[in-house]
Write a protein that binds this ligand. Sequence first.
Ligand code: TYM
Length: 332
Amino acid sequence: MTRRIFSGMQPTGELHLGNYLGALRNWVALQKDYECLYCVVDLHALTLPQDPSRLARNTRETAAAYFAAGVDPKRCPVFAQSAVPEHAYLHWLLSNHTPLGWLNRMTQFKDKAAKNRDLELLGLYSYPVLMAADILVYKATHVPVGEDQKQHLELSRDVAGAFNRHYGVDYFPLPEPQILGEATRVMSLRDGARKMSKSDESDYSRINLTDDPDAIRRKIQKAKTDPHPISETLEDLAKRPEADNLVTLFAALEGKPKKDVLARHAGRNFSGFKKDFADLAVAVLSPLTAKMRDFMKDEAEIDRLMKEAAARARPLASRHVREVKDIIGLWT
Ligand code: TYM
């Protein structure tokens, strides 16, 4: 079976260091060994209110970040989810194999849903089914994501299995999550108990991929820590969420294991460490930010690349939908 990767990000605002280290950087590394499809999941973004005048632009900027990080458009199609209608079509078919009990267990829904469930929208509830459809419409076998998507990936596997069992076929592969690197769950710079997120109201909680060096330095300087020096051991560090997060980020940016960072920096206080950390973050992110700006100067070129990519991705999706319709007994 072809080893095929599918992954995506929502165009709901600027991408941050968590998106980069938890996912995007791995996408770039994996493109050499797999057939890859990388999507900007604009249909998923509709589960929260979006400004129509911003949405298309955010989709383009998200694609620009993929390219700037090193996703090669010749190798991997980078396209908008809404440009391949088969995602939404398969979502409907799969929703008939997804018990509500499975969706009720989704922690992201529980976190995002308002207190009054009656007012919650169906889209937010069935979000993970659309995600399963994104992956399965290409019969992708591997999905590189951050740790927060693990539960959604398990649901995708369950839905694929339920479909296969129901029709007595071995049609959908059960997609494997690829949660790779040191920084699989990057936490907020202001609160070690919350993940770094686009939706956090404090901009100081995250480093955006578009931040300039001054902003990066300021945010790292203000990052929450505790008064103690850097731990000697990983066990001790694990008890200090904010300190652990900074050491994890340092290790991920350097591309070295966390224990190597401790071996070199244990016993130092955080004020000195933060200066080194800021230098490292600026060195890694500045070229990426500069490339993103360059790409955004030629919006027509990004649009051309994305259109061409959708035209490359769609035949595979539509072939699979035809096969699935045939299995189900729908008119094809
Ligand atoms: P999204 O847009 O929230 O995030 C995009 C990717 O970034 C990872 N990520 C993080 N990794 C580490 N630390 C963090 N703080 C952090 N925040 C985000 C996410 O795990 C993700 O890999 N539902 C998905 C988008 C999606 C998708 C798919 C992904 C839709 N369909 C199919 C894979 C396959 C999401 O909202 O990601």
